[in-house]
Design a protein around this ligand. Sequence first.
Ligand SMILES: Cc1cc2nc3c(=O)[nH]c(=O)nc-3n(C[C@H](O)[C@H](O)[C@H](O)COP(=O)(O)OP(=O)(O)OC[C@H]3O[C@@H](n4cnc5c(N)ncnc54)[C@H](O)[C@@H]3O)c2cc1C
Length: 466
Amino acid sequence: MSTTERPRILVVGGGYVGLYAARRILKKMRYGEATVTVVDPRSYMTYQPFLPEAAAGSISPRHVVVPLRRVLPKAEVLTGRVTTIDQDRKVATIAPLVGEAYELPFDYLVIAMGAVSRTFPIPGLAEQGIGMKGIEESIGLRNHVLEQLDKADSTTDEEIRRKALTFVFIGGGFAGAETIGEVEDMARDAAKYYTNVSREDMRFVLVDAADKILPEVGPKLGLYGKEHLESRGIEIYLSTSMDSCVDGHVVLKNGLEVDSNTIVWTAGVKPNPVLSRFGLPLGPRGHVDAQPTLQVTGTDYIWAAGDNAQVPDIAARKAGVENAWCPPNAQHALRQAKVLGDNVISGMRGFPQKEYSHANKGAVAGLGLHKGVAMIVMGKMKIKVKGRLAWYMHRGYHGLAMPTWNRKIRIFADWTLAMFLKREVVSLGAMENPREEFYEAAKPAPAPAAVAEPAAGKTEAKAKAS
Ligand SMILES: Cc1cc2nc3c(=O)[nH]c(=O)nc-3n(C[C@H](O)[C@H](O)[C@H](O)COP(=O)(O)OP(=O)(O)OC[C@H]3O[C@@H](n4cnc5c(N)ncnc54)[C@H](O)[C@@H]3O)c2cc1C
């Protein structure tokens, strides 16, 4: 961390908003005008819309993340967590990966900490569930699912087999529907290589408390998405929720009970709970309250955007929707980051602030190889696309939206190679404990059990015999 005479712009979070806002500020800033410091517990930004494809092995996990230090060479990037903000002293407390926490002064602050999985106190969920917010979870899920096929293929115990081959997904929004679509596709492909496992032996269950899935693409395409997943043998239970999943025994409110080793939780997100320690004005659901200029309400040196902020949706309000707020998605995060970056520069130079307004352009979702839905908004028209064309649109849109040319090229290369080579279906679960085998080999041998002193006569007899 450098000490500097220049004003410091502290960006808390290096995700979508943090990365794009920092890039924008660095691009617009005059040489030496300020120091831009980005703090994130991870050294990379994660392109979350690609997590389901990474879980299915269609994209290499490393290509879904963008190293912050490489794309922000002119910024100071610190790997750690911001734990508190003291607004009176304009100081943030940073807990680095290792060592003591320290204080970092700032002049301007950007709050871009995103969201975390929204969970409920359901018995067994914390022990059994896995989320879909980070690349670690995506890799973990892929290895875990393939490992379940390995287990089922090699056991004669029907109960173990059934539990291993049952996959439960809670939450049918973008994240849940895309993930179950991709993972089912991968498992179906992988089953071809197993002697004792076929797709018919597997059970995929999707549960949502609402009466529809994929609300982001509208009711008609949501229904198409549901019928499409059902046609692939996925069981979908709507208007119900999970009551418990202790030891993998899943009990739904509608009475259904299944045993499963795989419970994927994608039932929505909530703003990062750390925000409550920052002393900033929060909305009813814990978001930082921001003005249309993305300035935090009541301040002129703090900005917030993305999943951790409630930003009035001016375009929707102008169109007559009362009290509309920008939904938490990448479409808004990216555009807000650019306006936010410009406003930070204007704020520093004493110029007026610009308001953020963006009309929804639609949504695209992939449901496995060559399957998808897309809704494109053009003025008052909503164009609905489904099937292979929608899937190409999904890939085209996200492939181009992926930050940096380096990552765009790698992702398109992954997809191109996948057209000629078969999908990798190997489980590398042992990667999660890479030292285990070495430890087994290198651990000190247990002390020998005390051996009773042999009787003198017997020893002599043995010696003679040899
Ligand atoms: C599986 C999945 C699929 C999705 N698909 C789509 C899609 O198809 N289309 C779409 O528009 N949107 C999609 N989204 C939503 C989209 O990815 C998010 O809206 C977007 O990432 C929000 O950006 P953000 O910067 O607010 O948060 P994030 O990108 O989550 O960034 C937040 C950053 O803050 C960091 N952070 C957390 N705590 C601290 C701390 N204490 N100190 C410092 N840093 C901290 C985190 O490590 C993270 O890097 C999807 C999301 C998921 C999970």
